[in-house]
Design a protein around this ligand. Structure first.
Ligand code: OMP
Length: 271
């Protein structure tokens, strides 16, 4: 099914534009899991998914947290993606890119090896590094446009003929969307820039918005500035503040409480 339709369907079914980031971290996962089961990383993800799957539109798995575990991490990544219900969007966050020949392998890895619905990609190399991802029609490639980190300003605010680079990237994303498979990544920590980017992208291009929760982005502005006029086509991600809400046997219930609070807060501001 086409990515946008899948996103709209699950947004409507779960009444949610919340994405939970399954950024598993050995140092933060409840200790008891390491003594009580053979596959603590997968058990952690399984519990979080079981307790939150009716509250989200997407799960995002950041590759760094899986790659660092080596072969085991790749197994957990595969098992987790298989475990996520088919109607929920899976975003594989690797911020990939390279020369075209290599980018093709990255794209194949995300969409064919791991069967993700969406990828995050870096536009720095230009269109030939982006096309291999965009050619997967019916999937979505979220292109870094305005990142959430403090140093985002270092390059992304540089002006080229008076226009900041992040706005030029937004215009490129709009242009590249003739493939129909573009999205943008914009941090909730930059609400003014988010508003500007939504106005450049128009109504139909989805925006992945990380940065609420631990990074301090404002939820109200993220929703009002990031969604389209129907209150859709935005995916608001939170990772640590939800998945590490508890460290005892009831950790998944604690995650559910946090996810429900955030989903409801987000919905208050959707049109
Ligand atoms: P928390 O800060 O724990 O909610 O995690 C944020 C997640 O979003 C991490 O996986 C980050 O790598 C990712 N992210 C950002 O935080 N900022 C960005 O600008 C882009 C991303 C991303 O592409 O998802």
């Amino acid at each position: 099914m086409d990515f946008q339709q899948k996103l709209l369907d699950i947004t409507e079914k779960n009444h949610s534009i919340l994405c939970i980031g399954l950024d598993i971290d050995r140092d933060k996962i409840p200790r008891f899991l390491f003594n009580s089961c053979g596959d603590p990383f997968f058990e952690f993800n399984r519990s979080i998914i079981d307790y939150t799957k009716d509250l989200v539109c997407a799960y995002k798995l950041n590759m760094a947290f899986y790659e660092v575990l080596g072969k085991k991490g790749m197994e957990v990544l595969e098992k987790t993606i298989r475990y996520i219900p088919d109607n929920i969007v899976v975003i594989l966050d690797g911020k990939r890119n390279d020369i075209g020949n290599t980018a093709r392998k990255y794209a194949q890895s995300v969409f064919e090896t791991f069967h993700a619905d969406a990828a995050t990609i870096n536009p720095y190399l230009g269109i030939d590094g982006v096309i291999p991802f965009l050619e997967y029609k019916g999937r979505c490639s979220f292109i870094l446009c305005r990142t959430s980190n403090p140093s985002a300003v270092e390059f992304q605010d540089l002006k080229i003929s008076k226009t900041p680079l992040y706005q030029i990237i937004a215009m490129k994303i709009k242009e590249w969307n003739h493939f129909g498979s573009c999205g943008a990544v914009v941090g909730a920590t930059y609400p003014k820039e988010l508003k500007k980017i939504r106005s450049i992208l128009g109504e139909d291009i989805p925006i992945l918005i990380p940065g609420v929760g631990k990074q301090g982005g404002d939820v109200e502005n993220a929703v009002k500035n990031g969604t389209n006029k129907d209150g859709e086509m935005a995916i608001i991600n939170s990772s640590r503040s939800i998945i590490f809400a508890g460290d005892k046997e009831d950790f998944a219930e604690r995650s559910r409480e946090k996810a429900m609070l955030l989903r409801d807060e987000i919905n208050r501001y959707r049109r």
